[in-house]
Design a protein around this ligand. Sequence first.
Ligand code: ADP
Length: 445
Amino acid sequence: MRARRKKVQNTRKYLRLRFLRVILATIGFAILPFVLIVLIQGLSVGNVPYTFNASDYLRDDMADIDVSAILDNGGSAAVVDGNLNVKHLGGKKIIESDALTKAEWTEFLCSIGEKSRYEYSVAYHGGNNIDAAIDDVIDTVDNVAEGDCNYWLVIMVPKAVTFDITLLFNKEAPDYKSTSMVFAAIFGVYFAALIIFVAFYSRKAAAELRAMEQVKIKEEEKRMLLVSELSHDLKTPLASVQGYSEMLLKGVDDENKKQDYLKMIHDNSVRADSILQALFTYSKLGSSGYDPKLEEADICEFTRLIVAEYISRFEEEGFKYEIDIPEDEIKVKINTELFRRVYDNLFENSMKYNKSGTKIGISIASDDGEVFIRIYDDGVGIPAENRDKIFTPFYRIDGSRPKDKGGSGLGLAIVKRIVELHDGEIELESMDGRGCSYKVNLRRI
Ligand code: ADP
């Protein structure tokens, strides 16, 4: 049951996880190009392969200035004449207003070094290049006569690689090569990451789906096995019921024989019924909607009450017993009615499959997180080769038991399901052929 509930939960968890992964991957791939752009831009700051010097563009006639190379590389240019009127030559506006006061112009020149994203170059047409010595600007402005034909040329180019897609189509631009390479690198990294992710993810998803398919196949095989075991186990009692009832129908004169036949019919129908009841319980406990309704209880107190009921039976049937239950309270979450079946089944098995004189015991121990319940006997035990399958439905060790009363083979399978419904574990401990010992672990609360 726990296995199946876990499987359903795991499938839901798996689908949720896959959905989340796809969403995250989509977001990741959507923002990856921007991250790459920012990264490359960041890395390329100060490493642009070109430099522009405003003085190289100075012409005696302002109209002859050709700044197309600057504009092609994402830069801008402006001319400030002797009257401090601003003429934009193209690109991003370097100076917002069309006319400046002396103070504004000075302020602009003094602050250009602080604008980190762009490289500035300023040249004065009139011989005095102020690019290197901004302090001289104020004097220069003062020295410019009203209406003077001298001017300043201000150019501004991005410090980092630009992502202007038009550069890709402008082979003449000095930045053409680096921009193309940057774009190629971004696309390359992006598609490589995409291909790696898709390949990795689809392989992983295929492997997970294959694993789920395998689980499904195994489940189906188990179900088929259960049905065939059930029909096999029911065949014998039902064949007996049919055989004896046919004989009775033909008419039996001997009253004793008649009674024997009726008893056989009764016993075999009881057996068939107990197999069906056990199977019903087993499948009910395994259905995904089954809620065990666990409640808080003191496992020591609960166990003491059940053991007290068994003591008189042990004594009546000649079994020795050994009990080690702590006085302390140990809280667990159980369904007392269900968990009782665990004790009943394990104690009944010890008595059912062993001769009187066998010692039957129970002990409870615990640590901070878990409770360990051991139910054991020193009887015939379970051969090592059968240990793995002992909790499998319909698995029985027929014939070799000294007191085999022919059970359904579902007892331990039901016990395992009940323990798992309590989020616990059960195992058959190795006893080196000296009896049986079942260890049940439950979580403490
Ligand atoms: P059943 O419901 O038929 O008793 P179980 O699933 O409880 O079947 O047990 C499976 C088999 O394990 C039994 O056929 C029996 O041979 C063996 N077995 C279980 N418990 C004990 C025990 N305490 N001592 C010896 N054999 C045991």
